[in-house]
Design a binder for this molecule. Structure first.
Ligand SMILES: Nc1ncnc2c1ncn2[C@@H]1O[C@H](COP(=O)(O)OP(=O)(O)OP(=O)(O)O)[C@@H](O)[C@H]1O
Length: 278
C-alpha cells in the first residue's frame, strides 16, 4: 500500500458535555484504502467523534486531514474541505428523483429552480456516482420510493459527487437486508480505494466480512485497535463485550443496537454476544 500524505490524523481528541467527558483523548490515524471500523458499546463515543470531526460539537485536541486542521471550523467549511458524513437515518430529498438529489449535492452551478427542470445530459461526475452506487437505472425514480438500502447508497453517492475524500458513515447497514449489506460492503471497499473511510457499526458479521482494521472504543477512550483477529483476541475487548454476563450490548446478528439500559442479559443474549465477537 502506498501511503499518501492526505490521511486522517487525530490526537488527543476530547469532547465534553457539561463536564461529562464523552470522548477522552482519542488518538486515531486512518489511511486511504484502510476500511476502518469504529465499534464499541452504546454510549462509547463513536458518533460524538464523527460529530467533532464534522464541526457539529466543539472539541479539543487535534484532527488533521493532510495539511488541514479540522477542529474549530463550521460544518459547511469542513464539508467543503472534502470531509463527508452520513447519519444513522438517511437524509435524502424524498420528493425529488435520485438524479435531482445528486444534482443538488453536486451543486453543478445551477439555480435551485433549474435543478428541478428536466434537462439533457447528466454531468460526468453524477453519472459516475450513479454507476458506483448501482442506481443508474433508478436515476429518474423518486428517492422516497427507494428501498432503505438504496437510500443509504444515494446518500453515499451525494458524498461522492461532492468529492468527499474522507467519508464518516454512521451505521450504514442498519436495517438493511442481507443482499443490501453485501452490496454495501462491496461499495465501501471500492470507494475506500482512494478515500479515507471510517464506518461506525454494530453489525459484527458485516465487520468481520469487510473491515481492514478496527478501533474499539469504550467510555470515550480507545480500548483496542488492530485487525479483526487482533481485537477479537484482545482480552480487554472480550471483557467489555462479554463482561460479567450483565453488560451484554452488542448483538451478533441484529442490525440495530441494543439499548444501553437493556438490563441484565439473558442466557440467550449472552450466547449472541459471544458469537458476536468471536
Ligand atoms: N449533545 C449531547 N449532550 C450531552 N451528552 C451527549 C450528547 N451527545 C452525546 N452525549 C453522550 O455522550 C456519550 C457518547 O454518545 P455517542 O452517541 O457518541 O455514543 P455512541 O458510541 O455513538 O453510541 P451508540 O452506539 O448508542 O450510537 C453518551 O453517554 C451520550 O449520552
Amino acid at each position: 500500500m502506498i501511503v499518501r500524505p492526505d490521511y486522517l490524523e487525530i490526537r488527543g481528541l476530547t469532547v465534553t458535555f457539561d463536564g461529562f467527558v464523552a470522548v477522552d483523548h482519542v488518538d486515531l490515524t486512518v489511511f486511504q484504502q484502510d476500511l476502518r471500523f469504529l465499534i464499541g458499546p452504546n454510549g462509547a463515543g463513536k458518533t460524538t467523534i464523527i460529530d467533532a470531526l464534522t464541526g457539529l460539537v466543539p472539541a479539543t485536541g487535534y484532527a488533521r486531514y493532510g495539511a488541514t486542521d479540522l477542529l474549530g471550523r463550521k460544518p459547511h467549511q469542513i464539508a467543503r474541505l472534502g470531509i463527508g458524513r452520513t447519519f444513522q437515518t438517511a437524509s435524502v430529498f424524498t420528493e425529488l428523483t435520485v438524479l435531482q438529489n445528486l444534482d443538488i449535492a453536486a451543486g453543478a452551478g445551477r439555480s435551485p429552480l433549474s435543478l428541478l427542470r428536466a434537462r439533457r445530459g447528466v454531468p460526468p461526475q453524477v453519472a459516475e456516482a450513479l454507476e458506483t452506487i448501482g442506481l443508474s437505472r433508478a436515476s429518474g425514480q423518486l428517492a422516497g420510493s427507494l428501498s432503505h438500502g438504496q437510500k443509504q447508497w444515494l446518500e453515499i453517492g451525494m458524498l461522492l459527487v461532492q468529492n468527499a475524500k474522507v467519508m464518516l458513515l454512521d451505521e450504514p447497514v442498519a436495517g438493511m437486508s442481507a443482499d443490501e449489506r453485501e452490496q454495501t460492503g462491496a461499495l465501501l471497499k471500492s470507494i475506500a480505494t482512494d478515500r479515507t473511510v471510517i464506518i461506525v457499526e454494530h453489525d459484527m458479521d458485516f465487520l468481520r466480512a469487510w473491515a481492514d482494521s478496527v478501533t474499539v472504543l469504550h467510555g470515550g477512550k480507545v480500548l483496542s485497535e488492530g485487525s479483526v483477529a487482533d481485537v477479537q483476541a484482545d482480552p480487554k475487548v472480550q471483557e467489555v463485550y462479554l463482561g460479567s454476563g450483565h453488560t451484554a450490548q452488542v448483538p451478533a446478528q441484529a442490525a440495530e443496537p441494543v439499548a444501553h439500559d437493556a438490563g441484565p442479559s439473558t442466557g440467550e443474549q449472552h450466547v449472541l454476544v459471544t458469537e458476536g465477537i468471536r
